[in-house]
Design a protein around this ligand. Structure first.
Ligand code: SF4
Length: 418
C-alpha cells in the first residue's frame, strides 16, 4: 500500500465526511508519531453509544465521486474539487490499523454514489463483512445506506453493521426537490421501511432462538439539514415525529446548514451556521422522545418557530402558566417532568424520595433540580416562593437575566437570520 497516497485520500475523504453529523461527532487531534500508517488527526470523531459511552470512530467517505448534484453538498458532481476513492481493502486495512493502534473503536462509513445505489452499497457492505468475518472485528460499525439500495443489500448490511442510517437530508419533500432534484424521498423511505421491519422481525427471532443472528442492534437513524431550505421548526419537528413513529428511528440528527457553495437556491455564503436553532431542535426532540410532549404542544400553527432565547420546555411553561404551580409532593411524574429545571433523573428521584417524607427546596437542590428555574413553577414543603404576581413574561426576563447559556450570546445574530 502506498502510504502517501492513502494519507492523501484520507485527508480528502475524512474532510468530506465532516458535514455528516449523524454520528454526533467532534474532532480529535491524535498524531501518528511512530511512522505508522495515516495521521489520526483527520477522520477521527467521537460518538456516544446507547449506554452513554463515548467511542472514537474513523469517519470517512468511501468516495467523494458522485453522480448526483445536490446543491448543499461539497461532493456534488458539478463542484470542482479534488476527488478520491478508497478500495474496499484500503478501508478495511485502515480500520484495522487504527483499531490496533487504539486510535479508534469503530468505523463510520458513508459514500458518494459511484455508479448507482447498489454498486456503491455493495462495496460498503463488503467492507463491513470483511471486517467482521475475515478480521473478527468487534468494534462499532455505522454504515450510511445509499438511498435506493436493494432490500438484499440492506439485509446484508444489517448483519454486519451496528447502526444503519439513511439521510433524509431535507425536512420536506418540497425542500428535497428544490435542492436535490436527482433524489426522491421514496428512495430514502424504502430502505427505512425495510430496516424497520427487519429489526422488529430479527428481535422477535432472537427471543425465540438464541443463535439467531443479530441485526443492526443499534437501530437506524437519519439526518436532516436545517436552514438550507425555508421550512419552519414546526415542519421540521413534525417530519421528525412522523419518522420516529413510523420507522422506529433511534435518532434524528439536525445539522445546521454550513454554507460552502454559492447557489441561488441556497442561503448566501456569509450566512452563519444556525447553531442556536440546531440546539433548540435537539431540545425539542428530547422533549418529544423522553418527556411526553406532543409535537403540537411545542410548535403549532400559532407558534411555528421555537424560541431562540429560551429552551422549548421553559417556552411551553410560560405559555401555559395555568398548569402551574406543580405541587412537587403530590403531582404525577408526567407533570413533574414538565417543570423547567427538572430533568428525567431528578424527576425520578423526586417521585422515589417523597415516599419517605415531604420534600423541601434543599432536598430538591440536592437531587439536581435547577432551582433558579424551577422555583417559579413549583411548590414544596418550604415557604412558597413569591411568584403570585409574576407573569410568564416576567419569569422569562428573570431567568434570562441570570442565564449563563453559551448560546445566548449568538441569539441576536440568529434572530436576524430566521
Ligand atoms: S448523493 Fe450524497 S454525496 Fe452525492 S451529491 Fe447528493 S448528498 Fe452529496
Amino acid at each position: 500500500m502506498n502510504a502517501d497516497r492513502i494519507t492523501e485520500k484520507l485527508n480528502i475523504l475524512a474532510d468530506a465526511a465532516k458535514y455528516d453529523v449523524s454520528c454526533a461527532s467532534s474532532g480529535s487531534k491524535r498524531k501518528n508519531e511512530n511512522k505508522g500508517l495515516g495521521n489520526a488527526s483527520n477522520g477521527i470523531c467521537h460518538s456516544y453509544t446507547e449506554d452513554g459511552r463515548c467511542v472514537s470512530l474513523l469517519k470517512i467517505l468511501l468516495t467523494n465521486h458522485c453522480i448526483f448534484d445536490c446543491a448543499y453538498c461539497v461532493s456534488r458532481k458539478s463542484n470542482d474539487i479534488q476527488r478520491a476513492a478508497f478500495t474496499v481493502q484500503e478501508v478495511v486495512d485502515l480500520t484495522i490499523n487504527f483499531y490496533r493502534r487504539n486510535y479508534i473503536e469503530g468505523l463510520f462509513l458513508s459514500s458518494g454514489i459511484f455508479k448507482d445505489a447498489d454498486f456503491t452499497m455493495e462495496r460498503l457492505v463488503r467492507i463491513a463483512k470483511k471486517l467482521r468475518t475475515e478480521h473478527n472485528f468487534n468494534g462499532y460499525i455505522h454504515l450510511k445506506s445509499i438511498p435506493g439500495a436493494s432490500d438484499e443489500l440492506m439485509n446484508e448490511a444489517g448483519l454486519y453493521a451496528d447502526r444503519l442510517s439513511v439521510n433524509l437530508e431535507m425536512p420536506t419533500e418540497a425542500g428535497l426537490k428544490l435542492l436535490a432534484p436527482d433524489k426522491n424521498q421514496a428512495d430514502m423511505i424504502k430502505p427505512m421501511g425495510y430496516l424497520k421491519n427487519a429489526i422488529i422481525q430479527r428481535t422477535e427471532e432472537k427471543k425465540l432462538f438464541k443463535k439467531a443472528p443479530i441485526f443492526a442492534p443499534a437501530g437506524q437513524s437519519t439526518q436532516v439539514i436545517i436552514g438550507a431550505t425555508p421550512e419552519n421548526d414546526s415542519e421540521v419537528l413534525r417530519s421528525a415525529n412522523y419518522f420516529y413513529k413510523n420507522f422506529n428511528l433511534k435518532r434524528v440528527y439536525y445539522s445546521g446548514y454550513v454554507p460552502v457553495l454559492a447557489d441561488s437556491r441556497l442561503p448566501a455564503l456569509n450566512t452563519s451556521v444556525p447553531m442556536v436553532r440546531e440546539n433548540r431542535l435537539y431540545q425539542a426532540d428530547w422533549l418529544m422522545r423522553f418527556y411526553g410532549f406532543k409535537v403540537n404542544e411545542i410548535v403549532n400553527d400559532a407558534q411555528p418557530h421555537l424560541d431562540l432565547d429560551i429552551d422549548p420546555k421553559l417556552s411551553w411553561a410560560i405559555r401555559n402558566m395555568q398548569a402551574f404551580p406543580v405541587n412537587i409532593n403530590k403531582a404525577d411524574l408526567q407533570m413533574i417532568l414538565r417543570v423547567p429545571g427538572i430533568g428525567l433523573l431528578s424527576a425520578q428521584k423526586i417521585v422515589s424520595a417523597r415516599k419517605f417524607g415531604k420534600l423541601n427546596w434543599d432536598q430538591l437542590k440536592k437531587m439536581g433540580v435547577a432551582l433558579n428555574r424551577a422555583k417559579y413553577f413549583v411548590i414544596c414543603n418550604s415557604t412558597e416562593f413569591e411568584r403570585r404576581d409574576l407573569t410568564g413574561n416576567n419569569i422569562k426576563q428573570f431567568i434570562l437575566a441570570t442565564s449563563q447559556s453559551k448560546f445566548l450570546k449568538n441569539t441576536q445574530v440568529q434572530l436576524n437570520l430566521f
